[in-house]
Design a protein around this ligand. Structure first.
Ligand code: NI
Ligand code: MN
Length: 222
């Protein structure tokens, strides 16, 4: 499968014949690459309702007839806008055309009344991807590997201010023990600056996980 980084926490995933956006904050995203809005999609995964994640979700879902997979409260809000959305919740898992999706806790505001921010564990082509969403470090991250087996790729925020910083993300990597780590949610705008190279050096000094630094528009094949 192929993952394309679209700046900030926005991603596009191709697995088999399926295409997904994750948190498609694109038209207002100062880090989004050229053409970020023009990729195919049948699904959109939305971790929470903050504007730097919701982004172009509604417009993309309508243009492509895509289904949004998110938490229940957000799915209800999107349905009112005429978007097809599946409302899941933390701990729930469901199979879709691209593979499986499990919603996991994110320690963060949801951006919507009564809601809960989520992270995702995506299973496809025999691989597991953990997309942390916006979250603080929390000790239940230790359970990811224990409950669902090895994590091949972890996407972790490192920008601080709204989420964990690079130091805490380094602890998360130790607990999750993924083969690959891609840092996200940093250097998009002032206030969430972080040194990706320093994070890479620190993580890789342990001799376990590899850190992949993706420029916006760059892809990673898993
Ligand atoms: Ni947020
Ligand atoms: Mn955010």
């Amino acid at each position: 499968m192929q993952l394309r980084f679209l700046g900030h926490a926005a991603l596009h995933l191709t697995t088999g014949s399926s295409h997904l956006y994750i948190d498609p904050y694109l038209s207002a995203n100062p880090a989004a690459p050229e053409g970020a809005l023009d990729l195919p999609c049948e699904f959109i995964l939305l971790s929470h309702y903050h504007s730097d994640h919701l982004g172009d979700t509604v417009a993309l879902a309508k243009r492509h007839g895509a289904t949004v997979l998110t938490t229940n409260e957000i799915a209800a809000a999107l349905a009112k806008e005429g978007v097809e959305a599946v409302g899941m919740h933390i701990g729930g898992k469901k199979d879709f055309a691209f593979g499986s999706l499990k919603l996991v806790l994110a320690q963060h505001g949801s951006g919507i009344a009564g809601g809960q921010a989520a992270g995702f564990v995506i299973g496809a082509e025999g691989k597991k991807i953990y997309f942390a969403g916006d979250t603080a470090l929390y000790s239940d991250m230790k359970l990811l590997k224990q409950l669902w087996g090895p994590i091949d790729l972890a996407l972790l925020p490192i920008g601080s201010h709204y989420t964990m910083d690079a130091h805490d993300a380094q602890v998360a990597v130790e607990w999750i023990d993924p083969s690959f780590v891609i840092p996200i949610h940093y250097n998009t705008f002032p206030g969430i600056s972080a040194d990706g190279e320093a994070f890479k050096r620190a993580v890789e000094s342990t001799g376990r996980s590899h850190v992949v630094l993706l420029a916006p528009g760059a892809t990673f094949d898993l």
